[in-house]
Unconditional design. Structure first.
Length: 586
């Protein structure tokens, strides 16, 4: 899909930065239907047009209408929100969720455009080999990432060797999972060898780099390896039913009080399609690639300071190895990340949320943290107000356990004025908490943007961060019996957030659980949790351990059919090589 205008700094996010060009620089790309791809030319500018056209799929084709990141994010144990937003997807009825069509069609549209771009770029003769190779590497990365999304979600999927204009082939059969991963690995290895490193003089900020491909390789290898681990492998998570009932003296009625999550010992179930893979070898590969990145072989990647991490000024930081941003107020090249997670105000000067701020984390997630961890002291919204609360000076607070320090009354309605903190007294609000989607652990990751009064503002969605790679490296080192090294990388992530450091080896099984939990804390609201549970073979147990419904009343009961997304019905109707859907779906 080609577009008329693409704003480079908005579309080409990744590997640490936006393009260093003026905010008024635009690139015009004429639609192929008007001029034909052969007329784009044979030049560096033509290469840039092809590359930009492929990246544009992420916004106009996939994120513009809000399907992404929703299709990656809403089906997870620690994520919640209003039932009207979570709908069929959040309740596990995937076939009733129309947005899931985009999960299939969006990546395949991108793959077709990337294949076409590679074909035309390879044929150019007036561009240096280095420039061509870098562009081809970027396209290979995009293809690999698209297939990674697809194979995790659907299992066996068709693999397109070239674009349909050349192949004329629409009826491609589903390729086995292991073979799809072989293709992904080959693409990423080639991309890592062709693309510029972020420290190279020729590297353009805003594009993915060699380190992006290397980093994704680490995550791919860990995904394969964990899924291939033997059945019965132990892993523990903290979870449980959201509330217990107590009598509130203040209101003279029963209230629901948040339960502290309990440690639940689970054992891995087999993950379909990964049974024949060698987990030890794959973890060895993950550790090998992860050490290359950590040692600087692909550029100077590092963790941002927490105070800077989620600021708009930090979007060029090397921590963001692959991310997508949109334009403020755009109509086509837009996303609703800020609206979904932070909400927008009626005016730039207002602190009242007019709409949005829907998706948050449950108390089972919030209670995982040490009290001093920046990821909840600064990373979660503690006091906020919706526009309808202005008339009575109302405000919500979070977590519920803060009732005494915020209101001067404990959870049982007892008056404890000495526990109320002066900062909340000074606010002068009528504070409230309820057991609905209005009171969740709402992240501040997407709060800093150009225009907080816009439904579509310049929020960034991070698909791959250096912190993710470090945690994958820690996982791989633990599973290859290098616990001391694993703890070193785990502690790098914890130290950045002022979390308690691990000072001794707790044993492989306990460390495995700690690393998975750290991923839940660090990567919350970044579209990773469902896929971590799936690859470890504990998705069904983790979801069902909640006991039915979560903090906001979202149905978390799941069955075997929820392990894979259903292939869209029109794909099955049109593709003669696919005769049936994934198990449990029509």
């Amino acid at each position: 899909m080609k577009i008329n205008k693409i704003f480079i700094s908005a579309l080409l996010m990744g590997s640490g930065a936006m393009i260093n060009t003026s905010c008024n620089d635009w690139l015009t790309v004429e639609p192929e239907s008007f001029i034909g791809p052969e007329n784009l030319g044979d030049s560096k500018e033509a290469v840039d047009q092809w590359v930009t056209g492929v990246y544009s799929n992420w916004l106009y084709d996939m994120m513009c209408w809000g399907e992404f990141p929703r299709v990656l994010e809403l089906d997870a144990d620690y994520i919640s929100g209003p039932d009207w937003l979570f709908g069929h997807l959040g309740a596990g009825d995937f076939q009733g969720e129309s947005s899931l069509d985009k999960m299939w069609k969006g990546p395949y549209n991108l793959i077709n455009d990337a294949n076409k771009a590679i074909r035309y770029i390879e044929a150019m003769g007036n561009v240096s080999e280095a420039y061509k190779n870098n562009a081809i590497g970027e396209m290979e990365f995009q293809k690999a990432f698209a297939y990674f999304l697809l194979v995790r979600a659907y299992g066996p999927v068709p693999f397109k060797e070239t674009d349909v204009a050349v192949s004329g082939q629409y009826n491609d059969p589903r390729m086995p999972v292991a073979e799809v991963y072989e293709k992904i690995i080959a693409l990423l290895e080639d991309a890592a060898s062709k693309m510029y490193k972020i420290d190279d003089a020729a590297y353009q900020k805003g594009h993915v780099a060699a380190g992006s491909a290397a980093g994704l390789l680490v995550k791919v290898y860990c995904t394969m390896a964990s899924a291939a681990m033997p059945e019965g492998t132990p892993i523990t998570i903290r979870t449980g039913e959201p509330y217990r009932t107590v009598y509130d003296q203040l209101s003279q009625k029963n209230i629901e009080v948040c339960n502290t999550p309990a440690a639940v010992a689970l054992t891995k179930k087999a993950v379909s399609g990964y049974e024949a893979l060698n987990a030890a070898e794959l973890y060895g590969k993950a550790a090998e690639w992860g050490k290359k990145i950590a040692n600087g072989e692909y550029g100077n990647y590092y963790l941002s300071e927490y105070k800077d991490l989620w600021t708009s000024a930090n979007r060029q930081a090397p921590e963001f190895m692959w991310a997508v941003e949109c334009l403020d107020g755009e109509t086509k090249y837009r996303n609703q990340v800020h609206s979904f997670y932070s909400g927008y105000s009626a005016s730039a000067s207002s602190d009242l949320i007019y709409s949005g701020g829907w998706v948050g984390c449950t108390y089972n997630w919030y209670a995982l943290f040490d009290d001093q961890d920046y990821r909840i002291t600064d990373g979660v919204r503690h006091v906020w107000r919706y526009y309808y609360q202005d008339s009575y000076d109302g405000a919500f607070y979070y977590p519920q356990a803060w009732r005494a320090r915020v209101t001067g009354y404990d959870l049982y309605g007892n008056y404890v004025p000495e526990q109320q903190e002066q900062q909340f007294k000074d606010m002068g609000f009528n504070f409230q908490y309820n057991t609905s989607s209005e009171c969740l652990a709402f992240t501040n990751k997407y709060a800093d943007c150009k225009n907080k009064a816009s439904d579509y503002t310049d929020a960034q969605w991070p698909f791959l961060r250096y912190a993710d790679v470090l945690l994958c490296l820690a996982e791989a080192l633990n599973e290859t019996d290098k616990a001391d090294e694993a703890i070193k990388y785990l502690n790098q992530v914890r130290q950045r957030s002022n979390a308690r450091l691990m000072d001794a080896n707790p044993g492989k099984n306990s460390l495995r659980s700690s690393i998975l939990e750290e991923r839940a804390k660090e990567l919350a609201c970044e579209g990773d949790r469902r896929w971590d549970l799936i690859r470890w073979g504990i998705y069904l147990d983790a979801m069902n351990a909640i006991g039915g419904f979560d903090d906001a009343g979202i149905n978390k009961n799941r069955t075997e059919r929820n392990l894979l997304y259903p292939i869209p019905a029109d794909e099955i109707s049109a593709n003669d090589a696919i005769s049936e859907n994934n198990p449990g779906w029509n």
